[in-house]
Design a protein around this ligand. Structure first.
Ligand SMILES: [Zn+2]
Length: 145
């Protein structure tokens, strides 16, 4: 089973358990996945955001991750981590093997890449779907379009 980060047409982020990527696609196609907040069946996958902090090997990165997960430090995270997007796994490998300077990076990666990075012994952490969270701001009340 794999957890995929999903969001509905209204931007509500949620997670769903699926056998694999194929299972996700087929369930989405058949309208079997609905948003738990508003019930919308217009659901799409959000690539997970991952990050590596410079010097993570020598520092307790669990603590760092916990800090970064807090909403108040999201700005810090956005400003101090280079967004490498889908190049995340590649950049992480380069830093791991000394092909590029260690630095703070963030980006998205597939479950396959995530597995590969773990096998390589690379320390990174999952941040969650940042963009979806940005849209799902509180307040507003129940406006039904
Ligand atoms: Zn929704």
């Amino acid at each position: 089973m794999i957890i995929f980060d999903l969001k509905c047409a209204q931007g509500h982020p949620f997670e769903g358990w699926f056998e694999d990527h194929k299972d996700l696609q087929s369930q989405l196609k058949r309208g079997l996945v609905a948003c738990p907040v508003c019930g919308s069946e217009k659901v799409e996958r959000v690539p997970s955001t991952f990050a590596i902090a410079k010097g993570a090997r020598s520092q307790p990165d669990q603590e760092m991750a916990a800090k970064l997960l807090g909403r108040s430090v999201k700005r810090y995270f956005l400003e101090n981590f280079d967004n490498v997007g889908p190049q995340f796994a590649k950049e992480a490998l380069k830093m791991h093997y000394g092909a590029s300077q260690p630095r703070n990076i963030r980006g998205v990666s597939t479950p396959e890449e995530e597995k590969m990075l773990k096998q390589e012994g690379i320390e990174f952490f999952k941040v969650g779907p940042m963009e979806a969270e940005d849209q799902a701001q509180e307040g507003g009340g129940e406006d039904d379009d």
